[in-house]
Design a binder for this molecule. Sequence first.
Ligand code: GYE
Length: 344
Amino acid sequence: MKLLAKGLMARGIITLAILVAFTACGGKKAEESTENTEIGVAKDKKEIVVGFSQIGAESAWRMANTTSIKSEAEKRPNIKLIFADAQQKQENQIKALRSFIDQKVDVIAFSPIVESGYGPVLKEAKAAGIPVILTDRNVDLSDDSLWETFMGSNFYEEGVKAGKWLKDNYDRLKLPEKSSDTVNVVELQGTVGSAPANDRFKGFRDGIKDAPQFKITKTQTGDFTRAKGKEVMEAFLKADKNIDVLYAHNDDMALGAIQAIEEAGLKPGKDIIILSVDAVRGAFEAMVEGKLNCTVECSPLLGPQLYDAVEKLMKGEKLPKVIWTQEGVFPQEVAAKTLPSRQY
Ligand code: GYE
C-alpha cells in the first residue's frame, strides 16, 4: 500500500515536472507567437475579462504601451486580461479579435495596425454584444456605433506641433552657412496606412504651410522601426547629401537615422536638424548628446485609462466617444532636466 502510494507520488511528481516543463516552454512560445497569453487568473466572481490585441513590438513606444496595459491589469483584482500580440500583421489581429468573440470576453480592446479593414470583425463583435474600445490608433470607419470610445493621442496635432516647432526654431538652430530661403526637409513616415503615419504626415504639412522655405524633398516609410529608419536615411543621403532637416514620425526611426547620418560623416542635430515624435527615453538621451533637436510627446501609458473605461462600461456608464491624452513638446534645451522623470 505504502509502496503503491510512493510509486503513485513519484509518478505524480514526474508528471508535474513534465507539465511544468511544458508549461514553461508553452509560456515562452505564447510570448513569441500570436497565441493569447492570460495575465492573472480568475480573481473573483465579478471579474471582467478583457481581450487586448496589441500590434507588435516595433518600437520603444509600443513596448512601453504593452507594459502599461499588462502591469495595470495585474494591479486590478477584478480584471483578467487576455493579451494577444499580432506581430505587425493585420490578419493576426483580426484572428485574435475573432478568438476574443468566440471566448465571449466582456470587453475587447485593441490598437488597429492600419486604419482600414476592420469593418467586418467589428460588426461581428457588435452582433455578439461585446463592446470594443480602440486604444492608441483609430479606424477609418464612418459607423462609430462599432466601438464605444477611442482613447489615445491626437496624431494630427502632434504633426502640427512638430511643424510649428520647426518653423519657430530653424533659424536659431541652423549652421551660419545654411540658407534660410530654401530648407530641404526629408521625412521618415510610420507604417503605411496607419493612423499616426497618416495624421502626422498631414499635421506637419499644415504646421509649416505658411513657411514656403521648407521644402519636403523626400518622404518614405521607415515602418516605425529603428532598422528601417537607418536604412531609408542611408538611401536618402546616398541620393543627395543636401539635407537640412529630418522629420521622423517616431523616435525609433530618428535614432536609426542618427546612426546613418553619423556613418555618412555628418553631425546629427547640427548639420541636420532632427525632430521626431513619441518622447521616449532614448530620444532624451540623444538630445542630451546634442544629436536630436526636439521630440513631440505621445504617451503610451494608456493602461490606467483603459481599465477605468472598462470598469465604467461594465457599470453601464456611457463613455465619451473620444478620450484624448494630454501631451507636450520637449526641445533639446530641457532634455537633461526632464530625462530623470520620464516614465518610458
Ligand atoms: O508613435 C510609434 C509606434 O501608434 C502612437 O506606434 C503609436 C505609434 C508610435 O510604433 O512609435
